[in-house]
Design a protein around this ligand. Structure first.
Ligand code: BDR
Ligand code: CA
Length: 311
C-alpha cells in the first residue's frame, strides 16, 4: 500500500480524485488531506474536502487547512469553472467533521519525519503553495518523500487560465519552481494528458447508473464542471484532471510519458506560470520530471467507475 497525502483545492475534479483514493484502500493508504487556496479560497477548499470525506463515509480522514495565498502573488481563483462554492452541482450537506488544529504545512513536515524515509508520496492537485512552503521550512523532508505525483502544467496543450499557463502552476509559479527544483522524484499530469480524459455523456451516465449517493454526486459534479468546457469550447466533455494523479498510482500501465526537464516561468507577466518542458531534449538541463502525455481514457474511466461503485 502506498501511503499518500493529497494536497488539494476542491474543486469537483479534486473531489473525484479524493473519492477514487478512498475507494482504493488495497493500494492506497490516505494518511491525510491537506487543503490549499486555489479554485476557491481556503475556507471553502477546507470545507469541500470534508464534505467529500463525509460523502464517502470517511469522517476519520484528517483534513488540514494550509496556505491561504500563493507565496508571492495575489490569489487567482476559478469560480467561473467550479462555481461559487468550488463544488457546485450536488446538494451535499455542510460538513460536521472537524478540521484538524495543525497547519497543513506543519502536518506535512511532521508526517514525513514520522514515517520511514521514502514511504510517503505527495499528491498535489492544486497550487503548490503548501508543498513548497514545507520544503522551504524543513529542507530535510525532501529526501524523505517517496515521490510527488501532481496535476499541473502543460506543454503542447498550453494554457487554460492564460494562453501560456495551466491554472495550478499559474496560481503559484514560485511554489511550482521550488518543487521542481527540489530533487524529489516528480511525475506531472499536465493538460496534455488530462484533456484526453474527457467525461463524455455516456461516461457520466455510467457514474449516475451506479445509483449510489457517491455515483449520483459524482455525476452531478462532473455535469456542473462540464458545462464550462461544453459551452465555451464545444468540447464533448470536461477534462477530469485531478483523478488522473490517483489513477496513475493505481494503474501506471494506463499512462505513458517522457522524462524531461521542466522549468517554470516566474518573471514574465505574459507567460507567468508557463511550464517550459524540454520535450525534445534541446537543452542540457537534466530531466527533473516524468511528464505524462498519453492515457488510455477508456481504461481510466472503467477503473474510476468500478472503484466509485465500491463506496
Ligand atoms: C487544474 O485546475 C483546477 O481548476 C482543477 O481542479 C485542476 O487541478 C486544471 O488546470
Ligand atoms: Ca485541483
Amino acid at each position: 500500500r502506498e501511503k499518500i497525502i493529497i494536497d488539494t483545492d476542491p474543486g469537483q475534479d479534486d473531489a473525484v480524485a479524493i473519492l477514487l483514493a478512498l475507494a482504493s484502500p488495497e493500494e492506497i493508504d490516505l494518511l491525510a488531506i491537506t487543503c490549499v487556496a486555489g479554485n476557491v479560497p481556503l475556507a471553502l477548499t477546507a470545507r469541500n474536502a470534508r464534505m467529500v470525506c463525509e460523502l464517502a463515509g470517511r469522517r476519520d480522514i484528517p483534513v488540514f487547512a494550509g496556505c491561504d495565498r500563493p507565496l508571492g502573488r495575489a490569489l487567482v481563483t476559478a469560480e467561473h469553472v467550479h462555481g461559487k462554492t468550488g463544488l457546485d452541482g450536488p446538494d451535499l450537506p455542510e460538513p460536521t467533521m472537524p478540521l484538524q488544529d495543525a497547519h497543513a504545512v506543519d502536518h506535512i513536515i511532521a508526517c514525513l519525519r514520522e514515517h520511514d524515509s521514502g514511504t510517503v508520496t505527495l499528491c498535489p492537485l492544486g497550487p503548490l503553495t503548501n508543498i513548497a512552503t514545507a520544503l522551504q521550512k524543513a529542507p530535510d523532508i525532501a529526501p524523505r518523500i517517496r515521490r510527488i505525483v501532481l496535476m499541473g502544467g502543460a506543454y503542447f496543450a498550453v494554457g487554460n487560465v492564460t494562453p501560456a499557463a495551466e491554472f495550478n502552476i499559474h496560481v503559484d509559479p514560485q511554489a511550482a519552481g521550488i518543487v521542481l527544483k527540489s530533487g524529489v522524484d516528480i511525475t506531472m499530469a499536465p493538460l496534455d494528458l488530462t484533456h484526453k480524459a474527457l467525461v463524455t455523456e455516456s461516461r457520466n451516465a455510467a457514474f449516475r447508473a451506479l445509483g449510489t449517493p457517491v455515483g449520483i454526486a459524482v455525476a452531478q459534479m462532473t455535469e456542473f464542471f462540464e458545462r464550462y468546457d461544453r459551452e465555451k469550447y464545444g468540447s464533448p466533455g470536461a477534462p477530469l484532471h485531478d483523478p488522473c494523479v490517483i489513477a496513475y498510482l493505481l494503474r501506471p500501465d494506463l499512462f505513458s510519458g517522457r522524462h524531461v526537464n521542466v522549468a517554470i516561468e516566474t518573471t514574465s507577466e505574459l507567460t507567468m506560470g508557463m511550464s517550459v518542458a524540454d520535450w525534445w531534449g534541446v537543452t542540457s538541463r537534466a530531466p527533473n520530471a516524468l511528464f505524462l502525455g498519453d492515457i488510455d481514457a477508456d481504461g481510466f474511466f472503467s477503473l474510476l467507475t468500478e472503484r466509485l461503485a465500491r463506496l
